[in-house]
Design a protein around this ligand. Structure first.
Ligand SMILES: CC(C)(COP(=O)(O)OP(=O)(O)OC[C@H]1O[C@@H](n2cnc3c(N)ncnc32)[C@H](O)[C@@H]1OP(=O)(O)O)[C@@H](O)C(=O)NCCC(=O)NCCS
Length: 337
């Protein structure tokens, strides 16, 4: 019997048609609905980009005003959700809190089970407005302050079972939490702090990591084999913010490491690498890095869930069986070694 070769990590496997995001990993291009992200990063607001992701075109002034109004109108959290946040241990990480609170929000949705297009859009407005509120509210609660406000494939797999938007986004948050994905930005900052604390030379520090066969977080990407286009903007932000806040050391340390890893391992900095020094310069706690990433990624997750449910087919890949040969036979307990 011929054995099919399994693609470990589903590398290179096309699992869906999508009109949202186009990536050329060799040329370092990322485009949303055909618009290059360099242009979006320079010219477009978050709301305009979210509108482009969800509706397929950049909004007119009137459409943008309507979109922003709807987003603002969705900006509230049910009081029991705030009570839930207060009930969590203060040691809980914001990412764990976000995952649980997004799941809990579905119980307060007016029509939680509906998966039609209009209901999905309504839920995506609510979640896009509520996720930043959850992150900010929990941070204030754990610091004893009053509450004053307020991955993509995982999301699509969950949505494809005709589960609801909240379940899909909860799954995406769980996937983003991992250190090989969004959690990498937190690992980068732990490394920069460790270098600073030890007074170590940044290059020697990472050289030592490589010698121990450790991965240096913030480098490499499954798809981008050249500069991650998002890293271009974060590098500039890290440098500009660092210089204007008189805290250029995080950028400078990062830049030395970037040049070394590029030379030594031919690996490029990814989106997470310079987001670490950027967030730290902004005075943001490390465990809020990944939740803040989720605050922006929700617009893209939402676009993918809506697209998946508009033309759904269950995503059901198979695994290549590599276990004991059939029939292995059942061994009675008294005969087992
Ligand atoms: C993102 C990532 C998971 C992509 O991995 P992948 O496509 O599965 O590639 P691999 O992990 O198989 O890496 C291929 C080779 O490059 C090396 N490599 C990849 N990323 C590396 C890193 N950050 N530091 C050191 N070596 C790295 C691997 O050790 C491997 O070398 P080998 O062939 O000698 O064993 C990987 O680059 C990584 O773990 N990066 C660090 C975590 C991170 O920054 N994640 C955020 C992504 S946006």
């Amino acid at each position: 019997m011929a054995t099919a070769v399994a693609a470990k990590g589903l590398e290179g496997i096309v699992a869906a048609n999508s009109g949202i995001c186009w990536i050329d990993g060799d040329a370092g291009v990322l485009a949303y609905r055909g618009v290059d992200i360099h242009e979006l990063a320079e010219k477009s607001t978050f709301e305009e980009t979210a509108c482009l992701l969800w509706h397929g075109k950049l909004p007119s002034k009137a459409e943008l005003a309507e979109f922003s109004k709807k987003l603002a109108a969705s900006r509230s959290l049910p009081p029991p959700i705030l009570d839930l946040l207060r009930s969590f241990p203060k040691t809980a990480t914001p990412m764990e809190v976000l995952r649980t609170a997004v799941s809990a929000l579905s119980m307060y949705d007016a029509n939680e089970k509906a998966v039609d297009h209009d209901s999905n859009i309504r839920k995506c407005f609510a979640l896009t407005a509520q996720i930043p509120m959850l992150v900010a509210a929990f941070d204030r609660i754990r610091k004893g302050k009053d509450v004053i406000n307020a991955s993509t494939f995982a999301a699509r797999v969950i949505a494809a079972t005709l589960s609801d938007v909240h379940s899909a986004i909860t799954g995406a948050i769980g996937a983003l939490k991992g250190p090989l994905h969004g959690g990498a930005n937190e690992a980068v900052m732990h490394m920069l702090f460790a270098i600073d604390k030890e007074g170590a030379d940044p290059i020697e520090y990472v050289r030592n990591m490589l010698a121990q066969k450790k991965k240096v977080s913030g480098f490499g990407h499954r798809v981008y084999h050249t500069e991650d286009p998002r890293a271009t903007h974060l590098r500039k932000m890290s440098e500009d913010l660092g210089r204007s806040a008189n805290q250029a050391r995080w950028f400078e340390m990062s830049h030395k490491i970037e040049l070394f890893i590029k030379e030594e391992k031919k690996l490029n900095a990814n989106v997470d690498f310079y987001s670490a020094s950027t967030y730290t310069t902004l005075g943001i706690d490390i465990d809020l890095f990944t939740p803040i990433f989720a605050v922006s990624r929700i617009a893209g997750w939402a676009a993918h869930v809506i697209e998946q449910l508009d033309d759904n087919r269950l995503i059901r890949p198979r695994a290549e069986y590599i276990g004991p040969e059939y029939p292995a036979g059942y061994v009675a307990i008294e005969n087992r070694k």
